[in-house]
Design a protein around this ligand. Structure first.
Ligand SMILES: N[C@@H](CCC(=O)N[C@@H](CS)C(=O)NCC(=O)O)C(=O)O
Length: 246
């Protein structure tokens, strides 16, 4: 039976789950939600307000990690995302948890900060992130005019800069892992790789299906995209999408 993935169009945790579904070669369809009152429908469906949520044969599962574990269990014949060896599995799950904790809360703020520097990009990201019905571009732009000065308030600026530094440090670690092992936890992609790829979606828009920003593929946070040290990570991510994800 087809799996239903509930997401916000630009939700990076939802992209993480979408990549898991692609990696395992499972059939799915996407139901788009918008942040705001629309979340009442998610609350009714899953008892909480966040995406991603999946529905499968009467089961409703929320939280990207729980969904990953559910998929491993429910589809034992599909391509595994977790090694069978206990020690290696623990390493994958530990890295996945750390990626969620480090990238999860920081990436959206960094991406929004970047988009606020470019009125057109902000308008594209803002309208895409709200899903359907489309929010008028002018309204999104007006929100940007109000929000942009806030990024210069010293406390806010400090937090955003700290977020950039922390995320960069994580990405450098990922580059080292890739250089040494091919993938993050060994010679094969695992749930940790799908997590890193999904959660960095807003740092550089990937070339993939169901992308709500097709005109912006390859764009994102210039400081990261143009950093030669991080080039290895984004090249690796492009290859992962091309070779392992439909
Ligand atoms: N731990 C959750 C985090 C999910 C999450 O933070 N989702 C964001 C979108 S990327 C969300 O739904 N935010 C809406 C809200 O907090 O109301 C997971 O792994 O799925």
């Amino acid at each position: 039976m087809t799996i239903v993935l509930h997401r916000f169009p630009l939700s990076h945790f939802s992209e993480k789950v979408r990549l898991m579904l692609d990696f395992k070669g499972l059939d799915y369809r996407i139901v788009e939600h918008s942040p705001g009152p629309d979340q009442l429908a998610l609350m009714k469906l899953s008892g909480q307000r966040k995406v991603p949520v999946i529905e499968h044969e009467g089961s409703v599962v929320h939280d990207s990690t729980a969904i990953g574990l559910y998929l491993e269990h429910a589809f034992p014949n599909a391509r595994p995302m977790l090694p069978s060896d206990f020690v290696r599995r623990r390493e994958v799950l530990d890295l996945e948890e750390r990626l969620d904790a480090v990238l999860g809360p920081r990436v959206p703020g960094i991406a929004a900060d970047e988009a606020l520097r470019d009125g057109d990009l902000w308008a594209d990201v803002g309208t895409a992130s709200m899903g359907k019905p489309r929010v008028p571009r002018l309204l999104v732009r007006a929100v940007g005019w109000v929000a942009r000065p806030a990024t210069f308030v010293p406390g806010v600026r400090h937090q955003l800069d700290e977020a950039r530094t922390t995320v960069r440090t994580m990405l450098v670690e990922l580059c080292e892992r890739i250089a040494e092992r091919g993938y993050l936890c060994g010679p094969e992609p695992t749930m940790a790789d799908l997590t890193a790829a999904g959660l960095t979606m807003l740092l550089k828009i990937p070339d993939t299906r169901y992308n709500p920003l097709p005109k912006r593929v390859g764009e994102g946070v210039r400081e990261f995209i143009n950093d030669p040290v991080l080039g290895r990570f984004f090249d690796w991510r492009d290859r992962l999408y091309a070779e392992h994800l439909k």
